[in-house]
Design a binder for this molecule. Sequence first.
Ligand SMILES: [Zn+2]
Ligand SMILES: [Zn+2]
Length: 266
Amino acid sequence: MNASILFLGSGGARFVVARQLRASGGMWMRFGATQIHVDPGPGALLRALSHVPPCNPRELDAIVLSHKHLDHSGDVNVLIEAMTSGGFRRRGAVLAPLDAFEDGAVVLPYARRFVERVEMLEPESGPYRIGEIELFTSMRHVHAVQTHGLHLRYEGIRVAYLPCGRYFEGLAADYAQHHPDVLVINVLRYGDSMNVDHFTWPDARRVVAEVRPKVAIFQHFGTKMLEADPPRLAAELEDELGLRAIAAYDGLALDLGTEVTAAAAG
Ligand SMILES: [Zn+2]
Ligand SMILES: [Zn+2]
């Protein structure tokens, strides 16, 4: 099976992104011949092109936004232009919540005309088809703008992406019902020093324990999370729960078939 995620960034939170302590390029995913870019934050295009070997935006089938905040969408327009050869070749899709297109749109109206298909994602809906992938959305997250998680199915593998938002009762169960093999979680905060709409590390642990993916991947780290040493935290969780836990870093490329097989063997 050919399924992989390349992390073009692993940073989150305004401070980390503004200083680029970690990059904010989002995730480049490949499922067979289908390629999608999820949450292209600032620097996404540069990170994609400068990766070795480079990712080619002209081969992208879709750009998908979990929500419109800048750290997830900063490069969406430049990527649309790259995907469509500057708008001269109408192709590809953009999938994002409705508010990414309306009232303070982050997808600019002129760039939107370059793509073949625009899908305004609703919560708990799908399948939306992108090439060989089926995409479903999670329930709506508690976040300042319309935000949902993504559930991707390709052949025998299920990948879930839990983006930014506040932990609440019922969220883990919503993800668990999709039975993801791989769960990517944005964990911005280490502890609860401020009351904000973002996961803390204890929230992430709780969700992983309830969803029980074969492989859990953490990313979108804020300053305090970085100070707390994500690889160490992932290793602890791996021992505690007996599953595979990985702290993403900029440029990390994961072959999902290999990871899921290794988790099953471990
Ligand atoms: Zn956000
Ligand atoms: Zn974010």
